[in-house]
Design a protein around this ligand. Structure first.
Ligand SMILES: C[S@@+](CC[C@H](N)C(=O)[O-])C[C@H]1O[C@@H](n2cnc3c(N)ncnc32)[C@H](O)[C@@H]1O
Length: 209
């Protein structure tokens, strides 16, 4: 499947706050159903981290869960100001703007929004703010695309149903993402762990410097 770099409906700056808030809530529910939230909590639990920064955090649902479950200090960072949020969120471009320091930085369902060069710049930018970066994203493959269309999309708003399918087609294959990450950390002492979940429902890249 060719990578499709189409802008998603949620990226439209003209959407009302109410529509954006509802789409982010739907996304948070989808992250729970797919086990993405649990996968992140599992990696943070017992890691010794005290602070977490989530890049492309939307309105901060994952951070609320991390704060309430693990008691960590949390900060969000997103291009778009959040319509509703109960955590602190900094507005900016994670690829090029200075980032707040944190023990662990996350990017969940965010890197498929970026080009290969932007992901390289993002990873290098994060290395100035943290010693650990966990990227969780989709896998571009027909299997998760059809699973999403059949089992998940019917329960979502039309924006999330359309964006979910676009996101799978916009995502990187594990091989592509690994190559991009290797380019970003080349010449550093970074340790990279990269896993893909069954049925390719997600991939996680865990980088430590
Ligand atoms: C698909 S949403 C994911 C939201 C949230 N992480 C979740 O899983 O529910 C992608 C988010 O990344 C943000 N984003 C995209 N590019 C970004 C960038 N360069 N810097 C910061 N945020 C970015 C978008 O504004 C959007 O909120």
């Amino acid at each position: 499947m060719q990578r499709l770099d189409t802008v998603e409906l949620l990226d439209d700056p003209a959407l009302s706050d109410a529509v954006v808030a509802e789409a982010y809530s739907d996304l948070a529910r989808t992250n729970r159903w797919l086990g993405n939230t649990r996968a992140i909590l599992r990696r943070l639990k017992g890691s010794g981290a005290r602070s977490v920064l989530d890049l492309g955090c939307g309105q901060g649902a994952l951070l609320e869960e991390i704060r309430d479950t693990l008691g960590l200090s949390v900060t969000g960072f997103d291009l778009r100001p959040a319509p509703r949020a109960s955590v602190g969120i900094v507005t900016g471009d994670a690829v090029k703007d200075p980032l707040p320091q944190a023990d662990v930085v996350l990017a969940v369902l965010m890197v498929h929004h970026l080009s290969e060069d932007e992901i390289v710049r993002l990873i290098r930018n994060v290395s100035h703010a943290s010693h650990r970066f966990i990227i969780l994203d989709l896998v571009r493959h027909w299997l998760p695309l059809w699973l999403f269309r059949i089992f998940v999309a019917p329960f979502l708003s039309h924006i999330n149903a359309a964006d979910g399918a676009t996101s799978v087609r916009r995502a990187y294959t594990p091989r592509e993402l690994r190559k991009i990450v290797n380019r970003a950390v080349e010449g550093t002492s970074a340790c990279v762990r990269h896993t893909a979940a069954p049925f390719y429902i997600r991939q996680i890249v865990d980088i430590s410097w």
